[in-house]
Write a protein that binds this ligand. Structure first.
Ligand SMILES: Cc1cc2nc3c(=O)[nH]c(=O)nc-3n(C[C@H](O)[C@H](O)[C@H](O)COP(=O)(O)O)c2cc1C
Length: 204
């Protein structure tokens, strides 16, 4: 049994969103293939996620060092710790997100900010940062309207970079791309991508 966390970083309806359809497809196939695995779901747009800033940075420091927090710092830490602990609890994590304006939705950036906690997800050593979540397995589900070269792409690469800092190496990536760039092939591109998503969920 593997506790599996599903993170959705898109609040558009499924009929208008390829990444939400990827999320729904993966979730359904995953549950069918792994009926005993406990599943948790987070819809990032339904959470009120405060941004990383002075209050959160100071709160992170105070929390980690057992110091008294102001009510505002405490309120932000409640949100940070809830999401951090849930992420740590999961054996497997699935993250679905679109490419918007060259990168990830701001809520996903904010969520990733919450996970950067020394001694929880990574550690400073004389050799540099060492990730602590080496046993975790992640699937990334991304939709992007254009076709991008691997290096110029800033959403999947952005998320992967964060996960690598946390020591996560087992990353499955499913991308549906080019459905806006090639409107004549759009339906076929999406249909094939969703079949890939279904297959990946069964093996995850
Ligand atoms: C606000 C917005 C910004 C977008 N920015 C880009 C972009 O920078 N590059 C690109 O190739 N497509 C872009 N697109 C197209 C999306 O990547 C495409 O619609 C994809 O399917 C998004 O995932 P979704 O369908 O789950 O929303 C953008 C779409 C929206 C709505």
């Amino acid at each position: 049994m593997a506790a599996t966390l599903f993170i959705k970083a898109n609040n558009r309806p499924a009929e208008h969103s390829v990444s939400v359809r990827m999320y729904d497809t993966f979730l359904k196939s995953y549950k069918e293939a792994h009926p005993d695995d406990p599943v948790m779901q987070v819809n990032l747009f339904q959470e009120q996620l405060p941004y990383l800033g002075d209050t959160m940075i100071t709160g992170n420091y105070k929390f980690a060092n057992g110091l008294a927090l102001t009510p505002k710092e405490q309120a932000e830490q409640t949100s940070v710790r809830k999401h951090l602990e849930q992420f740590l609890t999961a054996d497997k994590v699935v993250i679905a997100f679109p490419l918007w304006n060259l990168t990830v939705p701001a809520v996903l950036h904010t969520y990733l900010d919450y996970l950067h906690q020394p001694r929880k997800t990574f550690q400073y050593t004389a050799e540099g940062l060492v990730g602590l979540l080496t046993a975790k397995k992640v699937a990334l589900l991304n939709a992007r309207g254009g076709v991008y070269g691997d290096l110029e792409e800033l959403a999947v690469n952005f998320v992967k970079k964060h996960l690598q800092v946390f020591g996560i190496r087992d990353i499955t990536t499913i991308v549906i791309e080019g459905h806006n760039q090639y409107p004549d092939r759009s339906r076929a591109i999406i249909a094939e991508g969703l079949r890939n998503t279904d297959r990946a969920a069964k093996m995850f």
